[in-house]
Ligand binder design. Sequence first.
Ligand SMILES: *Cc1c(COP(=O)(O)O)cnc(C)c1O
Length: 232
Amino acid sequence: MTDRVDELRAGLAAVHDRVTTACAAAGRDLDEVRVIVVTKRFPASDVDLLAGLGVTDVGENTEQETRAKYAEVAARPTLTVHFVGRVQSNKAARIATVADVVHSVDRAKLVAGLDRGAEQAGHRLGVLVQVSLDGDPGRGGAPADEVLAVADRVAEAGHLDLRGLMAVAPLAGDPRAAFARLRETSERLRRSHRAAGWISAGMSADLEAAVAEGATHLRVGTAILGSRSSLG
Ligand SMILES: *Cc1c(COP(=O)(O)O)cnc(C)c1O
């Protein structure tokens, strides 16, 4: 039987190779692209193994799982925890206390709760505005024409740092064309918020397309940790 640490090491190496190849194809430097390892539904023990392998950025998608898991993760102080799931209004403040960065802010209504939670936790919270690339409100994200207004509200909040934009590729169609639209929205955002240069895009299936369109942060789960469907 293979040790879990060997599986994780192999997963990280395979993704590192893919990112290296994608950066070379796009003429980008490898250090422009950061991999966030999405550990949702995997145990705290995996997070500690990943930290031991040099991982510094992890992603989660529910407040409850994040709170419970990181109470057990010994390496928590060395990690940046990115929240990438839907943010319910009544959970915004609690998410702000358990995460360091929230990628999925898609409406101005969330800003007050996030700001309050960050203040209570005594830290600054990084925020990305999630952009809808498919017009399906059920999958989250602000319509492109509302993104700047949400970003302005985030930037005005006392304990939030506006970092940039996040998106999930549409279920159908060419992810690269969708990520190209995200890049255009990012260019518009940076005219009024110069420091908000993060583009969080690309998952296990489409990270090459995201690198080609300027992604700065990839959110990769399955390709590193294996399938979540085998978990109970
Ligand atoms: C689960 C998840 C990911 C990782 O997806 P994989 O296909 O496992 O790489 C990335 N982003 C978001 C928003 C997710 O919910």
